[in-house]
Design a binder for this molecule. Sequence first.
Ligand code: NDP
Length: 332
Amino acid sequence: MTSPYQACDQRYQQQPYRRSGQHGLHLPAIALGLWHNFGGVNSEESCRALLRRAFDQGITHFDLANNYGPPPGSAESMFGTLLLQDFLPYRDELIISSKAGYVMWDGPYGDGGSSKYLFASLHQSLKRTRLDYFDIFYHHRPDPNTPLEETMAALALMVRQGKALYVGLSNYPAELASRAAALLRDLGTPCLINQLKYSMLERSIEPQTLPACSAAGMGCIAFSPLAGGLLSDRYLNGIPADSRAASASPFLKPEQITPERLALLQQLNTIAQQRGHKLSQMALQWVLRDPAVTSALIGASRISQIDDAVAAVQGPALDADTLARIEQLLSA
Ligand code: NDP
């Protein structure tokens, strides 16, 4: 029998909260995503321990999507179970997001960006999570086969219906994000945030998309800031049996850990150690060095990873000399 949850009194002293673009909403520097490790294949007790620890560490933002699992939908169901058991008294202290945009069910209405798909998926996600509303609802990826006007109108209507408080985009590149933001503004529902892949190993958003988001008043939440675990000490001495790269996940494969990449990670690790940090901590500080990035959206398979991440944002930001040394390695 699990003991009742009482959140840590010190939770709001653990990390900074950063303003999302020009909105009133502040998000924790470290947010937790439930893409991996929270599915039907994971134990309720390990999920409970991770969520409790995260909230105790000031992580107020949990990120979901309709298809997270496996199986798809099960991360939302797991979250819903734990919400009822542990987090209901804290609902007003939480930012819960979900998304639709990837394939979720068969037929023409289970994928894409149509109003039909987005509303059906939103209703399913609300049921699975046992929530009355999402704090943020995202279109998960652009859909070239749906007019942008239709997708944005659907998002704006969710807000007017009280089923979402804010709306977000995900994986929207610069020009599309700007157009989407303009449409949403005209509909009276300014876009809160763009959820984008960003890390020391994936910098494609830097020249155009990040500036476009800032110009449109949106924040940016950086997903996979540790490149799925590569930017940590996890793979410096081989591939551990309990790691993502050793699992069946198609998103981090052993062949991605090339000798060249490993050499780069070793050099980055040396810089981190010289500063008294872990590589994963330096990687998070690096992503957050730009105020255009509101939050780093991490994944975690164990409590110590949450602790590492939050400890990373407790100290001073990276200094100019360290940033220059990192830049030299990354651009070599
Ligand atoms: P990360 O890059 O943070 O990778 C997380 C993994 O890194 C963990 O599962 C763990 O791997 C390893 N790790 C984390 N902390 C440490 C540490 N301190 N030391 C060593 N290893 C560590 O992010 P994810 O790729 O998991 O993505 C995070 C979230 O971003 C998702 O849950 C989801 O919410 C969102 N996302 C959004 C997408 C979109 O299209 N919008 C796409 C992908 C993700 P291990 O399991 O091996 O221990």
